[in-house]
Design a protein around this ligand. Structure first.
Ligand SMILES: [Zn+2]
Length: 621
């Protein structure tokens, strides 16, 4: 109606022309909404003959999905959906295969993990110290003398020697290259002697507060450094990742996500370089997953203020960039260390081998330690609460978690701000007090959500079982207790602590098995399939502040859809780990299609070979 040629030349209309225009305008006003309505109800993409796990309020299973643009129009029976297809609609025949909402990981360090995978020595499948040494040797042969060799992913629980690698292991193969190899948990790592020499580390170097330098019987550093305070003595010397490397790392991981049916991730510990990389990929039209970030707020009020300044310089929630592609979701704080390094802050001591109590260097029972001064932590949370910024706090030990939930309760009481959805990251071992507090926080303030990693029980389950000991093992990651009490949580991998694929987390939520196939954690805290899937979809969407847009397959939601070769609700537990993603859609666009998914995408008008549909059940609710 803003047509051009009439303007200027025909400014003065004759009375009859004016009347005609008015009648035309009136008619258009009447007709346009009806036209728009009829138009909007036509789907340009339909998926039919499937088993659609909707994750709606009733865990309904439907047959088909109609999509228009980037939005789901309808989820229902084949007939209902086919009736909506526009004449030229694309049709994907699922032939009985399963569709779920795109899976959501609410704790995965994908930017840094991607850089490690592209540029570092990969150690997650190393099965002996000798193998690690051999890989470092190979890396040295391709590197100039003096340059750093970095790598990540080793786990002594999977090494034949059942011990940490030590500096001495690498000195023969890397005499002239500093080496830093991060443990899979990211909470400790090993340096070689060249790296320690560069850093000026000697037997006289004292442990920093909230950090541990491992030593032999004579007091000489072994090369293993635990927690940031100690690790940075070495890692501050490693050349920084470049912006190009960061973008390449993200693009690399984005492909992995798509191939695993994953469409949204919370990247929980970022700095400006990661944000800039995400932002520039978004601007270039290359960001094809939804990313919600937490800014690292450090351990001091100054670093907290710095994080707040960074947050205030980008769009704040509920605003998103790229229509729900990139969100600044708050800050990350660390309350304590890890269960792998036995540095988590505990009420009862860590165990060394499942039987004996672990002792500190001065012979006291080791109950771990806070990563940050607890009172400073509290002050930081109050600052963010007053500023309306969501907080996610890493808490592995039960004592750390109690401090975190009490701090959230205090902050909400003093400066109520329902809806910030403060999270407890990992939340391995909630006490009865923590559970009570979570219930209240969620009901009253829409806050206090565990972001948990069932995968820990599998991937680092060997060392976890020994470090927590038999009694606590049974209560680790107590998903069923949370479910019984109506406490919501969301799932995640903590990649690259564990592998990225969400199917492993779905499996671990049900199976609770170690990588050695043992079950020290029991099955009392397993959850049913429906709940497990919800924790990687609908509940994950809440923690990304996108629950109105993603997380379920329902009319009005964005068309983020994963197609699988089997039905997660009905396959034997052991098979869950082996589910194969066949296709991933983001915003209604095909982001990934497996080579084994041969089913053609037809246009609606084109002739199709007829084929009986396999066992797609009618919708039920
Ligand atoms: Zn993490």
């Amino acid at each position: 109606m803003d047509g051009g040629s009439a303007h200027g030349a025909d400014l003065a209309l004759t009375p009859s022309a004016a009347a005609r225009m008015n009648r035309l305008a009136a008619a258009l006003l009447l007709v346009t909404p009806l036209l728009a309505f009829a138009h909007a109800e036509q789907a340009d993409l339909i998926l039919v003959h499937g088993q659609v796990l909707t994750v709606d309020a009733h865990d309904s299973v439907a047959q088909a999905i109609a999509v228009r643009g980037d939005v789901i129009l309808k989820v229902g029976s084949d007939a209902e959906v086919q009736a909506l297809a526009a004449p030229n609609a694309q049709i994907i025949d699922l032939e009985g295969r399963t569709a779920t909402p795109g899976l959501i990981d609410t704790h995965a360090h994908i930017a840094d993990g991607g850089v490690d995978e592209l540029y570092g020595v990969k150690l997650s499948d190393a099965r002996s110290v000798a193998e690690i040494v051999a890989r470092v040797k190979a890396a040295v042969s391709m590197t100039r003398a003096g340059d750093w060799i970095t790598g990540a992913g080793w786990d002594e629980g999977k090494l034949a020697e059942r011990r940490y690698p030590a500096a001495a292991d690498f000195d023969a193969v890397a005499p002239n290259n500093p080496v830093w190899l991060m443990h899979t948990t990211g909470h400790y790592g090993v340096a070689n002697s060249a790296a320690m020499k560069l850093a000026g580390i000697t037997a006289a170097t004292r442990d920093p507060p909230a950090g541990t330098i491992d030593r032999d019987r004579q007091g000489h550093p072994t090369g293993v450094f635990k927690e940031d305070a100690a690790m940075t003595l070495i890692t501050r010397l490693i050349p920084a990742t470049t912006p190009e490397q960061m973008r390449a790392g993200i693009l690399h991981i984005q492909e992995v996500l798509h191939s695993e049916g994953m469409t949204a991730v919370k990247d929980p510990d970022i700095f400006q370089i990661q944000w800039d990389a995400y932002r520039s990929l978004l601007d270039a039209g290359q960001l094809k997953v939804r990313i919600c970030v937490l800014w690292d707020a450090g351990i001091t009020m100054a670093s907290a203020q710095h994080a707040l300044d960074e947050i205030n310089s980008v769009p704040r929630l509920p605003a998103t960039l790229g229509r729900g592609r990139l969100l600044s979701c708050g800050v990350k704080l660390f309350m304590d260390g890890s269960g792998g390094a036995r540095t988590g802050w505990m009420w009862q001591p860590w165990m060394r081998d499942g039987r004996a109590v672990d002792l500190t260097q001065d012979g006291a029972p080791n109950t771990g330690y806070p990563h940050i001064d607890p009172e400073t932590y509290r002050e930081m949370v109050l600052l963010f609460q007053k500023s309306g910024v969501p907080v996610g706090t890493h808490a592995v030990g039960d004592r750390a978690m109690d401090w975190v939930v009490d701090t959230y309760a205090l902050a909400e009481q003093q400066f109520p701000h329902p809806g910030l959805r403060h999270a407890i990251i990992h939340a391995n071992l909630p006490t009865p007090h923590a559970l009570d507090t979570l219930s209240i926080l969620q009901a009253k303030y829409d806050a206090g959500y565990p972001e948990m990693q069932a995968e820990f029980l599998w991937w680092i389950g060997n060392i976890y079982a020994l470090h927590y000991g038999p009694e606590r093992d049974r209560r680790l990651i107590p998903l069923n207790t949370l479910k019984r009490r109506g406490i919501l949580w969301s799932g995640g991998s903590d990649y690259s602590v564990t592998p990225l694929a969400a199917r492993y987390g779905l499996w671990a939520s049900v199976a609770r098995q170690t990588s050695a196939g043992r079950e020290p954690f029991g099955s009392a805290e397993s959850v049913d399939r429906q709940t497990a899937l919800r924790s990687y979809t609908a509940w994950g969407a809440r923690q990304m502040f996108l629950e109105d847009q993603i997380g379920t397959l329902e009319a009005g939601k964005r068309a983020d859809i994963a197609v699988w070769d089997r039905n997660f609700y009905t396959i034997p537990t052991a098979q869950i780990k082996d589910m194969k993603c066949l296709m991933t859609l983001l915003d209604g666009q095909v982001a990934y299609r497996s080579a084994s998914f041969h089913e053609p995408i037809h246009a609606a008008g084109a002739p199709r070979r007829s084929k009986a549909t396999r066992g797609a059940p009618p919708i039920r609710g």
